[in-house]
Write a protein that binds this ligand. Structure first.
Ligand code: ADP
Length: 449
């Protein structure tokens, strides 16, 4: 097992990793930018190192500064959390070159899945169903119109290096295609330094359903059921739940087995998420994330498995904690991502939290790094915290969520709490009857079909 882990992240996920380390008896090193000197992860870690000024590129993405922090503190492994360097294969390799362990998958798998065109080809080869689309990238030399017509409009132009919904443009008809291609490519070039794009059939009313996996790196791999992340705004998840209201045990077992088998075949190491769109009983692979996800607590609540703790154990050479037969889905869980944003315009609302009261009670969990008097800096994401609720049934979970949302107090900044208080009372949400475009239609005041 590791003696000391450096946590190359901030906010709630840094705290989440710190908690797992404490339970395992591993010493922790927090790193922080000058903007985060008063952050909770810095206060609770055994040691901390300032790694640079506020902009992420100069601090949380600053590899030489992170290596120096490992060297100074004698850390033997790095946990990257999500975002920042978590899906940077080169970072994993550099750590290895310095005899440091990267708590995450093998660099080759990070690289493979980071290129969505290659990821899709690999998924197809492994017997995972994919969204119909172009066979590979669509460049200037290709006849994009012919490819799009063969797929059938509407089509979605997607960036090979995409993430966070960026570099994605819909072409409803042939007239929109050229503009969609150039806008997506430009956006991808500036966000990811890679202009390659590909085409996919644009699905009209799918759900986003993702399968959590855990692999030991030697051919052992299991799945831990699904999360339904269909409630999205601008392709960003807002509300996640598990099990999906749209799947039954047989459908879950079938897609789960397909995914677990694929992970066994590639000898996947650590935690990962295989993402699908699901429409009319069919699954379509869209991408794989090779890291711990924001919404991982949903799976923890319904399986009782501590994903971050297991991720650390497995990175240190440990076995899978359970066999597939021992995985039991227990009850229902919902997570709300509460952001420091205006609940109508979604404009970020950084600033000082004057009053803070997190809800509590049976089945209520808050993963957050804020406290009363904390100032949310303007430089990073606007997550205030994740409210995660568990119940024996979906109905009980919703009842508890309604109560917890009403109890929660965050004053001094604007938050998206009012949006969740409204959503949890919406008939379509109560019925579990929604798809990936539902929330945007609801926010636009249109009847969501
Ligand atoms: P990113 O890596 O940018 O998050 P994803 O491929 O995971 O991109 O897609 C994010 C979201 O975009 C999906 O959850 C879904 O809402 C939407 N999306 C992606 N592909 C399609 C598609 N082919 N048809 C319709 N919506 C899609």
């Amino acid at each position: 097992m590791f003696d000391k882990i450096l946590i190359a992240n901030r906010g709630e996920i840094a705290l989440r990793i710190l908690r797992a380390c404490k339970e395992l008896g591993i010493a922790t090193v927090a790193v922080h930018s000058t903007a985060d000197a008063d952050a909770m992860h810095v206060r609770l870690a055994d040691e901390s190192v300032c790694i640079g000024p506020p902009p992420s590129k100069d601090s949380y993405l600053n590899i030489p500064a992170l290596l120096a922090a490992c060297e100074i503190t004698g850390a033997d492994a790095v946990h990257p959390g999500y975002g920042f360097l978590s899906e940077n294969a080169r970072f994993a390799e550099i750590l290895a070159e310095h005899n440091l362990d990267f708590i995450g998958p093998k660099a080759e798998h990070i690289r493979l899945m980071g290129d969505k065109i290659e990821a899709k080809k690999t998924a197809k080869k492994l017997g995972i169903p994919v969204v119909p689309g172009s066979d590979g990238g669509v460049g200037p030399e290709d006849d994009a119109m012919a490819i799009a017509q063969a797929i059938g409009f509407p089509v979605l132009v997607k960036a090979a290096s995409g993430g966070g919904g960026r570099g994605m443009k819909v072409a409803q008809t042939a007239d929109d295609l050229m503009l969609a291609l150039s806008t997506a490519a430009n956006e991808a070039k500036s966000a990811f330094g890679d202009a390659s794009v590909y085409l996919e059939k644009y699905l009209q009313k799918p759900r986003h359903i993702e399968i959590q996996v855990l692999g030991d790196g030697h051919g052992g791999a299991i799945h831990l059921g699904e999360r339904d992340c269909s409630l999205q705004r601008r392709h960003q998840k807002v509300w996640e739940e598990g099990p999906s209201p749209a799947l039954d045990a047989a459908a879950r077992a079938k897609i789960g087995a397909t995914v677990a088998k694929a992970m066994q075949e590639i000898k996947y190491l650590g935690v990962g998420t295989v993402e699908f769109l699901y429409e009319e009983g069919e699954f379509y692979f869209i991408e794989m994330n090779t890291r711990i996800q924001v919404e991982h607590p949903v799976t923890e609540m319904i399986t009782g498995i501590d994903l971050v703790l297991e991720q650390i154990r497995i990175a240190a050479g440990g076995d899978l904690p359970v066999t597939q037969d021992e995985v039991v889905i227990n009850g229902h869980s919902i997570e709300c991502r509460i952001n420091a944003e205006n609940p109508v315009t979604f404009r970020p609302s950084p600033g000082k939290i004057l009053q803070y009261h997190p809800p509590g009670g049976l089945g209520v969990r808050i993963d957050s790094a804020v406290y009363q008097g904390y100032v949310i800096p303007p430089y990073y994401d606007s997550l205030v915290g994740k409210l995660i609720v568990h119940g024996k049934t979906r109905a009980e979970c919703l009842m508890r969520l309604r109560r917890a949302l009403d109890e929660m107090v965050v004053e001094g900044i604007e938050t998206t709490l009012p949006l969740f208080r409204a959503l949890v009372r919406e008939p379509a949400i109560i019925d579990g009857d929604y798809h990936i475009h539902w929330l945007e239609q609801y926010l636009a005041g249109q009847p969501a079909g």
